[in-house]
Design a protein around this ligand. Structure first.
Ligand SMILES: *Cc1c(COP(=O)(O)O)cnc(C)c1O
Length: 334
């Protein structure tokens, strides 16, 4: 396994810090909670899509692409990081946004990540909930080709076998940091959505025989569907790397009990988790992914899933720019 064999551009500040969270660990009565700060990848306010984009954009450049097309929810962190990556690489960017929450307020529609998409010079187009976003990207690609430019479609969340390489890399980076610290990681926890993050991590953790269990906390699909998506992508990623079969099906575990009413819809436990992390550690989570992921971790801790002396690493996947699209959900007294 040697990631330098794959085309890559430099976009992220790496390695991201691996930090102990003393206040949150104390407040919850253990385990020892560590956080892998992929919110600090640096590109356009950072987040987990930046690692994927290092490989995805390099692939687009190899294919001589001039216009990047991608899609996501209105407050998509992936769209914002893709817009930033395209700007940095001198490419145009078309962002297609699906209104999965059906919110119509100004904060959600125009602030947060959407404001930043425009700041990075991307064109933004809106689509209704349940629109066929794959077909919409293909239509956009045809328009761009007809206008004489070379398009490149990056899938939602940057989740394919190329993008997932970014999270194979994150697994290796985290293992190196833990080894340097003499830290034994008992559990690795991440939010999981379009699956590329968990798929890449599981390939990295399994191919190195780290024996670290990985738990994905789902934000959209039910457990069976989420595990199937992650497993399928992990298999494709392993194949792409020349190590087929390195991930056993039972190593792909998702807990989807913290989605609430649906993707991008706030839950009480998300509000509690985001506020607790801000108060205890001054770290900003996001309302759609890392907030619900952390809510799951906190609930599992309260249920006694981990012992006091265990070391749990939570991957901070970024996304705090989306907080500005969700200000009303926090209902602070003014
Ligand atoms: C996209 C995203 C995730 C989920 O990562 P996937 O690779 O799509 O599963 C988690 N957290 C944040 C903040 C994200 O933007």
């Amino acid at each position: 396994m040697h990631l330098s064999r794959f085309p890559r551009v430099h976009l992220a500040h790496l390695p991201t810090p691996l930090e102990f969270l003393p206040n949150l660990s104390e407040k919850l009565g253990g385990p020892n909670i560590f956080i892998k700060r992929d919110d600090c990848t640096g590109l356009g306010t950072g987040g987990n899509k930046t690692r994927k984009l290092e490989f995805l954009i390099a692939d687009a450049i190899e294919n001589k692409a001039e216009v990047i097309i991608t899609q996501g929810a209105v407050q998509s962190n992936h769209a914002r990081q893709t817009a930033a990556a395209a700007a940095k690489m001198g490419m145009a960017c078309e962002i297609l946004l699906e209104n999965r929450t059906e919110y119509t307020d100004h904060d959600y529609i125009d602030s947060g990540n959407v404001f930043l998409d425009r700041m990075f010079g991307a064109n933004v187009a809106y689509f209704p909930k349940d629109a066929d976003m794959v077909a919409a990207m293909e239509t956009k690609a045809e328009e761009i080709s007809a206008a004489g430019k070379k398009p490149c479609i990056i899938p939602g969340g940057g989740s394919n076998a190329i993008g997932a390489l970014g999270y194979v890399d994150c697994a290796l980076e985290t293992l190196t940091q833990a080894n340097d610290l003499g830290l034994v990681i008992d559990h690795f926890v991440t939010a999981t959505g379009s699956a590329g993050t968990q798929a890449g991590l599981v390939v990295g953790l399994e191919a190195t025989n780290s024996q670290i269990p990985l738990l994905g906390i789902g934000v959209r699909a039910p457990k069976e569907k989420q595990e199937e998506n992650v497993y399928n992508l992990a298999c494709k990623t392993a194949e792409h790397m020349g190590i087929p079969g390195c991930v056993a099906r039972e190593k792909v575990v998702a807990n989807c009990d913290y989605v609430g009413e649906g993707y991008g819809l706030p839950t009480d436990s998300m509000i509690e988790a985001v506020t607790l992390m801000a108060h205890q550690e001054a770290i900003l989570m996001d309302p759609v992914y890392s907030g619900k992921g952390l809510a799951g971790l906190i609930d599992l801790i309260r249920k006694g899933t981990f012992t006091r002396d265990q070391n749990v690493v939570f991957l901070h996947t970024g996304g705090s720019a989306a907080l500005f699209g969700y200000m009303d959900a926090f209902n602070f007294e003014k």
